[in-house]
Design a binder for this molecule. Sequence first.
Ligand code: FE2
Length: 250
Amino acid sequence: MIIAQISDSHIDPDSPNAAARVRDLERCVDDINGLDPLPDVVVHTGDLTHNGTPAKYKEALDILRRLRCPLHVVAGNRDDRALIAANFPTGRDLLPGTPFVQYSVDAYAVRLIALDTLSEASNMGDFCAIRANSLRQALNEDAGKPTAIFMHHPPFEVIESKYRWQFDAPEAIATLGRALGGQDQVVRAFCGHAHRAAAGLIAGIPVSCVPSVAIDLRLGEFTGAAKTAPVYQIHRLDSGHFVTETRTAA
Ligand SMILES: [Fe+2]
């Protein structure tokens, strides 16, 4: 099982950096399409657009529909939940009849669960009892299948970040941690939002954060070809664990 993760492309025709951000996303799509073997699936962990509107999603879709493998998108704080759900396959809806975009994709060797970590109050993360109960219920449905969690906000301390904690309140992270606690089938969690590479734990589960696809927004040190090229990550399942490679798009 190979998963390509892209994140935080912030497509925005109104930005002075509009053309560069389009190009950054195109380069990642082209690079993924050239991989051999192709990933089984691509997951975008949110902020696909910047303050999403139908026109911005159309621009993103025009690029992403060129991918040669299936794509799922996690909602980020700059996204529009309804437009994500309307434009991208969101698997089995775990919270139908609510605004939350939380879903399960059961078609692969590893089950993918996309969490909705959006807050109504800020650009930071949140995770309420409704979302936690839905996650717990989904995990209990199939406790024997290896599972990967995808969410926009990192639920761990990003030590190098200006905003070390990226949730509104520690209690929201604790709520997420309790829902994941003891669920030994969850092998890894993946997120974006911090725009930099980072790693931590939630309920003892390794969590990683991928740099933003948008070069003008990313943080951290990049060397060699990555100084001027967008990066994304490949997560390859090996002996029950995901091994991560950060790739520089050609
Ligand atoms: Fe974000």
